[in-house]
Design a protein around this ligand. Structure first.
Ligand code: SAM
Length: 308
């Protein structure tokens, strides 16, 4: 069978466009719970975020075989994608089932549930929206509850031990057969707490007034001074890597930006239109418009007079 994943995968750089409620599942594994959500909540768009390419492929096949129209998948780290691929207050519910607890102290950074994660979910959930974590690790459930409570956005009852579950996945069934317990933390968003700049809110205007001395320069001569330029600000770093010019009326410049550890490699395409040089983020490696990406566009406007 030929699988057409284009209907189900949200490509990098793009956000979900949905009219009704949106439910997110973080780290969906083989997609079993995602399938349950899609089946039982046909009025909702269900979006899965998963870091493993293999799991994304398996879940995509599962959803396509079942003919679901309300499932979309995003491949990558939920800690970055929640920030950049979702609009503020766009989620009605978020679920995370049996994440790896990363118990060793030196692995703490790999843990998904953290105070930063609680703040992120707080920004993406609509008022009254819920976050539900199921885990077989009691301390993880307690720590997650504490992180959500201390974010200031959530209320949460006590962690529940072996509560009635709406659906039990193969993974959970296996744990239960081994005599392990399930702990559930459920948090309800009760207040809005402002987040640091996420690249979604308050787009800054891009400067377009460049150094007037460059007006007579060829495209390559305009762009060359940008190469090797490194912009370092709180929260992001941007490096301009290479210039590929074709004749003197079109060019691509490759850029790397890293926003709080979220690395993106992309190209900015520059073309001549009448007497203006127009820049556009190229569709190859199409990036999310993070603060770093927007800074790269501003630098190109300032240094080379490119308009975006
Ligand atoms: C132990 S499995 C649980 C899978 C599934 N939720 C279940 O209950 O059967 C944890 C899943 O989370 C995914 N994962 C781990 N870290 C992630 C991250 N930062 N962003 C998205 N997915 C992640 C893993 O690839 C894996 O599929």
């Amino acid at each position: 069978m030929n699988w057409n994943f284009t209907d189900i995968l949200i490509p990098p750089g793009e956000s979900l466009v949905a009219s009704g409620p949106v439910i997110a599942e973080i780290g969906f594994g083989n997609g079993e719970y995602l399938e349950h959500l899609a089946r039982t909540r046909p009025d909702c768009s269900v979006v899965g975020i998963e870091i493993s390419q293999w799991c994304v492929t398996k879940a995509a096949r599962r959803a396509l075989s079942a003919g679901f129209r309300n499932v979309r998948l995003i491949h990558g780290d939920a800690r970055d994608l929640l920030r950049y691929a979702f609009e503020p207050r766009s989620l009605s519910e978020a679920y995370m089932n049996f994440p790896c607890p990363w118990p060793k102290r030196r692995h703490t950074e790999r843990r998904v549930a953290s105070p930063r994660f609680a703040a992120l979910i707080g920004g993406r959930l609509a008022p009254g929206g819920t976050f539900t974590l199921a885990t077989d690790v009691e301390w993880y459930a307690e720590q997650t509850r504490d992180a959500f409570l201390s974010s200031g956005s959530f209320s949460a009852g006590p962690v529940e031990r072996n509560p009635e579950r709406d659906y039990v996945t193969k993974y959970e069934r296996k744990w239960r057969e081994m005599g392990r317990e399930t702990f559930v933390t459920r948090a309800v968003k009760t207040a809005e707490v402002s987040e640091p700049d996420t690249g979604k809110e308050g787009e800054e205007a891009l400067e377009t007034t460049a150094n007037p001395g460059i007006a007579q320069l060829s495209l390559s001569d305009r762009l060359r001074p940008i190469l090797g330029e490194c912009i370092r600000k709180d929260g992001y770093v941007v490096i301009f890597k290479e210039l590929f010019a074709s004749g003197d009326d079109a060019a691509l410049i490759s850029v790397i930006s890293v926003d709080e550890g979220f690395e993106q490699h992309y190209y900015v395409k520059v073309v001549l239109s009448g007497s203006r040089w127009l820049g556009k983020l190229d569709s190859i490696g199409h990036p999310y418009r993070t603060p770093g990406v927007r800074a790269s566009m501003r630098a190109m406007s300032r240094i080379a007079g490119i308009e975006f």
